[in-house]
Write a protein that binds this ligand. Structure first.
Ligand code: C2E
Ligand code: MG
Ligand code: MG
Ligand code: MG
Length: 286
């Protein structure tokens, strides 16, 4: 009896694995087609200055409408990375985010655009010329581009990736280390790579952290990053409690649901660009 139950269980798992495999196989094929079929779009999350509480930039985040569902980038990016489709998708993201920035710069030319790069893209020889061509095409100052990398990118193929990141810096782009405080979080990464901004992961915010000592760790991390004179952005600011906690730290920018979820371009413009322009005109006439 228990034996047959065990066997059923086994076949249950096998079926699930097969299903998962088929799903992944299907998704890989659908992903390859998604660019042609125009199934991607970008949403933008505001990045807010800690002191003035005003807008300083936006992070472009990719969305894929698959069978009329929006599926999470946490699911499809890893699949795109395995099939190397990520290089083409990544270029689509760069082109579209920079096009959007060139439009928004007509309203506020001080804002920056953050774009996530997959570690796979760092071994793509066409990345640098592609970014260069986009900057020329949209007449964008490279200092207004912040390329976000996670530590995985720094760990893989260290030498080659270091020289690629140096080339991106030479272009004039800013580099952010994303999700710091999770995974490896090696201190040496903070000074062996030319990083401008460290983004503290949301798991280190009061609302997310389960462990009572996490906030001590966050404070220590911030002090350490301050001592290296790097910019700090905190992610995942969801509540007033998170915001108050951040106000007690020496950080530059914040991002999170407390302000906004990632927004469709029109909503972003209405809420953060039109308003700030009026605010600017108003304060100039005072
Ligand atoms: P990320 O770069 O760390 O982006 C931040 C993620 O946290 C976003 O999830 C954002 O919606 C979410 N978030 C922002 N504020 C809050 C908050 O207050 N609370 C909570 N719970 N979440 C918040 P999203 O858009 O689902 O993206 C997930 C990840 O997918 C990104 O993490 C990034 O690693 C990857 N990703 C997204 N777009 C791209 C892209 O164009 N290229 C690449 N390579 N990766 C991307
Ligand atoms: Mg990011
Ligand atoms: Mg992050
Ligand atoms: Mg992340």
């Amino acid at each position: 009896r228990s034996k047959s139950k065990g066997r059923n269980q086994l076949s249950f798992y096998a079926e699930n694995m097969q299903e998962a495999f088929l799903q992944q196989y299907e998704m890989t094929n659908r992903l390859k087609n998604a660019l042609v079929s125009d199934e991607f779009h970008l949403v933008y999350q505001p990045v807010i200055d800690m002191k003035s509480a005003g807008l300083v930039g936006a992070e472009a985040l990719l969305r894929w409408s698959y069978d009329s569902n929006d599926i999470s980038p946490d699911i499809f990016i890893p699949i795109a990375e395995k099939s190397k489709t990520i290089n083409e998708i990544g270029q689509w993201v760069l082109d579209n985010a920079l096009k959007q920035l060139s439009v928004w710069h007509k309203i506020d030319n001080s804002m920056f655009m953050s774009i996530n790069l997959s570690p796979i893209q760092l071994s793509d020889q066409s990345l640098i010329p592609f970014i260069k061509a986009c900057l020329d095409k949209y007449k964008i100052n490279p200092e207004k581009i912040k390329l976000e990398l996670t530590e995985t990118a720094l760990l893989l193929d260290n030498e080659k990736n270091l020289s690629m990141i140096q080339s991106l810096k030479k272009l004039g782009c800013l580099i952010a280390l994303d999700d710091f405080g999770t995974g490896y979080s090696s201190v040496t990464h903070l000074y062996s790579f030319p990083i401008d901004t460290v983004k503290i992961d949301k798991s280190l915010m009061p609302t997310f952290s389960k462990h009572p000592d996490t906030l001590k760790v966050t404070k220590g991390l911030v002090a350490m990053i301050n001592s290296l004179n790097l910019d700090i952005t905190v992610e995942g600011v969801e509540t007033t409690y998170d915001l108050n906690f951040c106000q007690g730290l020496n950080i530059n920018n914040i991002q999170g649901f407390y302000y906004d979820q990632p927004l469709e371009p029109d909503a972003f413009k209405d809420k953060y660009l039109i308003k700030s322009k009026f605010h600017y005109l108003f304060s100039r006439h005072k």
